[in-house]
Design a protein around this ligand. Structure first.
Ligand code: DUT
Ligand code: MG
Length: 636
């Protein structure tokens, strides 16, 4: 009988080994129904290194909550060990009071002990519930607080990034990192680790107890566990790249949704709703397919694990039954085994889900860590000069050349603007006007040459001090969904209302604000929805003026306002009650003709430079523009 039994075990072993071998090969090409997803081979050592690095990073982020976390882990171990008390009590009750030789006698004469055991069982269950509750509270608190900390850190990181970063990352991808990816990190702290400890403790405690009860039966039951471990490890390897793909598909879907929602006006203008719906459906389908692929991977392993888990009661029935017939196992011990087979099978079943979530954490944490580690290229020098006082506003470009990712935009640009002067920049679209002014507040650094403010290279100044002195109304206007007052006072939250009103008047915004339902308290929509293009430009101008900057940069700020309003704004700009150097990018001669200096940019080079009169007499680009705008007559 025994020989047949072990023979069967050996045959089962061979069968499992074959299944595992069949599931192990990587790399493989998985058919997702539309296109193949290539699963790359990940070197084992590198995989282990990545896992340690990410877990170490997580541990680092849990600083301040580590004691609580370890306590929660300890409580998890404790309540799982306490699970064993139930079969222990059951075994005692069955053997002593229900099935033993003296069961009836014991029950009659030792009722106190019987009651004590039943009460003990209930008491331990109650204590276990309290411990489970405390452990869950601990895990939740640590995970939420760690998540809160990481999210704040990431947001601060994003805030301090430079333009290169924003050129590189898309909003939808960043949003995925701040939401879905971080949730996977939280899940790791709150669920994966807890389940891992739970499974391990339960399994080990049950295994030890099994061996204490009967070595042969215990060994027979536990023989399947190494297979489960192998199968789970094989699954973990195969599912790892799936999660990387899944996460990418989610980010792509989020990006599509975000870009579409923020660009909804363009969609409507071109009646492209159906096209956009189909585009989104495509991304959504890709994400669903990647999800399905991941689930299918699990489903290939699932039957093996399920068969193993379901084998346990059968093994117990056969081996335990035989042992009982042999008289080496009591009924109580059999019941104890029976009560605890779930403590072996459940961890086996759960291991797959745990590995799945662990791999989700791995791909998500890679994205989060990448963001956390990214450093802006444009930062303060270690020995940056302190310049707390107001800047005078002298600006100089010395042989400046600049390019975007290797694409030349400015070449050898040199000019000087004295403090308090007004300079106009003109040039064809794409000639580099916006790029040029972006070098002054160091949105980008030049590749060659120097940009100097008050005779100091901007790279030697403190970014914060430099930018505080520059008021900018950008070409692409972004207003916040806040009140008109909040938008104008954006540069300084404690700005008095009188200042807000004064600069709204300078920017010719006073009148239309007076017609808004709540005047300065009117809340405008995202990106200034509810205002006309010209109104938005005027709020943006008022916002730049309100910080009373040393250098005022206006990039096409009056392009959408009528000639009369533009004249009004120009007049007010001439009479500002604070010293200010003005750089005005404009296409209309009316905006540029009174400037102290006019620069003409062509293909990133300054081709003309001088006053209105000087440039007229040059009869170049400026002269042509003047003639065009005045119907063939030059204005003096
Ligand atoms: N460019 C890039 N990447 C950017 C921005 C611009 O490659 O992020 C290119 C487009 C263009 C050149 O740089 O060929 C100059 O662009 P800029 O915006 O400086 O031109 P502009 O003179 O301000 O044009 P517009 O009058 O249309 O505002
Ligand atoms: Mg521009």
């Amino acid at each position: 009988m025994n020989f047949t039994f072990w023979d069967r075990i050996c045959r089962t072993f061979n069968w499992f080994v074959q299944i595992v071998q069949r599931t192990l090969p990587v790399p493989v090409r998985e058919d997702d129904g539309s296109k193949n997803i290539f699963i790359p081979e990940i070197p084992e050592v590198e995989e282990m290194n990545q896992e340690t690095t990410r877990l170490r990073w997580l541990w680092e982020k849990m600083k301040g909550y580590r004691v609580l976390y370890v306590a929660a882990c300890g409580l998890t171990i404790l309540y799982n060990i306490l699970q064993l008390t139930v079969p222990f009590f059951t075994q005692e009750i069955v053997d002593t009071f229900l099935t033993g030789e003296n069961a009836a006698y014991n029950l009659e004469h030792d009722t106190g002990r019987f009651v004590l055991m039943v009460v003990g069982m209930i008491g331990v269950t109650f204590i276990r519930t309290v411990i489970v509750y405390l452990a869950c509270m601990g895990f939740e608190r640590v995970s939420q607080m760690t998540l809160y900390r990481i999210r704040n850190e990431l947001f601060a990181k994003i805030q301090r990034q430079d333009m290169h970063f924003y050129d590189q990352y898309r909003t939808g991808d960043l949003m995925t990192r701040l939401t879905g990816d971080l949730d996977a990190v939280r899940h790791m702290i709150a669920w994966v680790v807890r389940m891992l400890i739970e499974c391990f403790t339960l399994f080990m405690a049950a295994a030890i107890y099994f061996f204490y009860l009967d070595v042969k039966v215990a060994a027979s039951i536990l023989i399947v566990s190494p297979f489960i471990l192998l199968v789970t490890l094989a699954f973990k390897r195969q599912v790892a790249p799936m999660h990387t793909i899944l996460r990418e598909k989610l980010a792509q879907m989020n990006t599509a949704a975000q870009e579409n929602i923020s660009g909804n006006r363009v969609v409507k203008a071109f009646a492209r709703e159906q096209y956009e719906i189909e585009k989104f459906q495509e991304r959504n389908l890709e994400y669903a397919k990647a999800n399905k692929q991941t689930v299918l991977t699990w489903l290939r392993f699932f039957p093996v694990i399920e068969i193993c888990a379901n084998l346990l009661p059968v093994i117990l029935l056969v081996v335990g039954g035989l042992a009982m017939i042999d008289g080496t196992l009591t009924s109580g011990e059999y019941v104890a085994f029976s009560c605890l087979t779930w403590a072996i099978s459940n961890p086996m079943r759960n291991l797959g889900s745990i590995m799945n979530e662990f791999q989700r954490f791995m791909s998500a944490s890679a994205k989060v860590m990448e963001l956390a580690a990214s450093e802006p290229k444009i930062v303060d020098k270690a020995d940056a000069k302190d310049h707390p006082e107001r800047f005078k506003g002298k600006i100089e470009f010395r042989n400046v050349s600049f390019s975007y990712e290797g694409k030349p935009v400015l070449s050898d640009v040199s000019f000087t603007i004295k403090a308090g002067q007004t300079v106009a920049i003109m040039g064809e679209t794409g000639s580099g006007k916006t790029s040029l002014i972006q070098l002054i507040p160091r949105f980008y650094d030049p590749e060659q040459g120097q940009v100097l403010v008050d005779d100091t290279d901007v790279r030697d100044l403190k970014l914060h001090q430099l930018r505080k002195n520059i008021g900018m109304a950008t070409q692409d206007i972004l207003l916040y969904s806040d009140t008109i007052d909040g938008n104008i006072a954006y540069g300084n939250s404690s700005m008095p209302m009188s200042t807000v009103q004064k600069y709204a008047e300078y920017a010719a915004a006073k009148e239309f604000i007076a017609h808004l339902p709540q005047h300065y308290d009117t809340i405008i929509g995202e990106r200034g929805v509810g205002l006309s293009g010209g109104q938005k430009q005027r709020i943006s101008l008022a916002r730049a003026l309100a910080i009373e900057p040393s250098v005022l940069i206006l990039d096409d700020t009056t392009s959408a306002v009528d000639m009369e309003t533009e004249k009004y704004i120009q007049d007010h700009l001439k009479q500002l009650n604070f010293p200010c150097t003005k750089i005005i990018i404009a296409q209309r001669i009316s905006s540029t003709k009174d400037a102290d200096l006019i620069l003409i940019l062509e293909n990133g080079r300054i081709t003309e430079m001088g006053t209105h009169e000087e440039l007229i007499s040059k009869k170049g680009y400026y002269y042509d523009v003047v003639m065009l705008q005045n119907g063939g007559e030059s204005i003096g």
